[in-house]
Design a protein around this ligand. Structure first.
Ligand code: CDP
Length: 319
């Protein structure tokens, strides 16, 4: 449970936060891409104590048909929190907050995708928050964009999200649950780092115009930092695949000379066997011929002698 405001010093005069971070520090972020076998693309993100799974299915034909868009794909996003993801058990039925986050995440992902390539289709993005600790919508969109890339869906850019907050008048980055609940404001954004385009911007609580500007000035470089981690996660995955394929190619190339030699030896042995058989057959037929010849000299044909004898008797009778 969150402590009372009186008990928690969210930020010291020196700008050190309750968990030891400085104002612009992000929590530790790690990604695992392609964690689900049955999804077309997936990503598990661990951002501080947040644990969020994103899975992508599609593009595939959209049903019901009346929801189909003739000139583009529909990005259908579903953000859910597991009942065990928060300190107080969350009711399993989707609540208003989840519906709102689902809608805005889908809208924020849309500009990153070439949706016109898949008219009448749907790209489903499922987000399951397994453990929540503040900033889940930013972590969710960051993971979802990696899951889309993992699914091989053509993209203009990745989407990176970070939130800024207002703690006792000081602008900070990446609020955790306590800071989110006890701070004065929360300003999450999602950003296309290469196109330099903000695709999601929400604001909850109090920010002066200066604080608002300061927050945006801190958020853009922070999103670019997150983007570098995303890029590394996806390139690491594909370089692993590349390495595995290269290993197979090398092993095959190594095995080829030995394979060829074995093949050549086998065909030589076959030829030798054939030659030997031919020679044996030749010898045998020669021996048979000689044998027959010998037999022919020793024994004149009995049939011939009988015929001669019969004709002699016939002539004698005539006489
Ligand atoms: O998560 P995010 O900051 O994007 O959204 P939020 O609506 O500002 O929620 C802030 C935090 O409140 C979440 O990250 C959760 O840690 C927590 N929360 C909760 O404890 N119980 C809920 N039913 C919803 C949110």
């Amino acid at each position: 449970m969150a402590k009372n405001k009186e008990e928690t010093v969210l930020i010291t005069k020196d700008g050190i936060r309750h968990d030891g971070r400085k104002r612009e520090d992000l929590r530790e972020i790690s990604f695992e891409v392609g964690v689900l076998d049955r999804a077309d693309g997936s990503c598990l993100i661990e951002w501080g104590r947040n644990k969020i799974l994103a899975a992508v299915y599609g593009p595939r034909e959209l049903h019901p048909k009346h929801m189909q868009m003739p000139s583009q794909a529909y990005i259908r996003c579903e953000y859910r929190m597991a009942t065990f993801s928060v300190p107080d058990r969350k009711r399993p039925a989707p609540n208003r907050r989840e519906k709102e986050i689902s809608k805005l995440l889908g809208e924020a992902l849309d500009p990153a995708l070439f949706t016109y390539l898949y008219p009448r289709s749907v790209i489903d993005v499922f987000i399951e928050v397994l453990q929540a600790d503040g900033g889940t919508r930013c972590a969710a969109i960051t993971a979802a964009s990696l899951a889309l890339a993992d699914a091989g869906i053509p993209m203009r850019d990745l989407v990176s999200g970070v939130a800024a907050g207002n703690l006792s008048g000081k602008v900070v980055l990446d609020l955790d649950d306590i800071e989110d609940k006890e701070g004065e404001g929360d300003l999450p954004i999602a950003y296309l780092p290469n196109l330099e385009k903000v695709v999601l911007l929400q604001s909850d609580g109090i920010f002066t115009p200066d604080q608002y500007k300061e927050a945006l000035d801190m958020l853009v470089p922070a999103c670019k930092k997150v983007y570098q981690l995303q890029r590394k996660a996806i390139t690491d995955k594909y370089s692993q695949i590349n390495d595995a394929v290269q290993k197979d190619i090398d092993a095959e190339a190594k095995a080829k000379p030995a394979k060829d030699k074995k093949k050549a030896d086998e065909s030589k042995a076959k030829d030798d066997k054939k030659d030997k058989k031919k020679a044996d057959d030749g010898k045998k037929s020669k021996a048979d011929k000689e044998d027959k010849k010998k037999k022919g000299l020793k024994k004149p044909s009995k049939k011939k002698d009988d015929k001669k004898q019969a004709s002699k008797e016939k002539e004698a009778k005539k006489d």
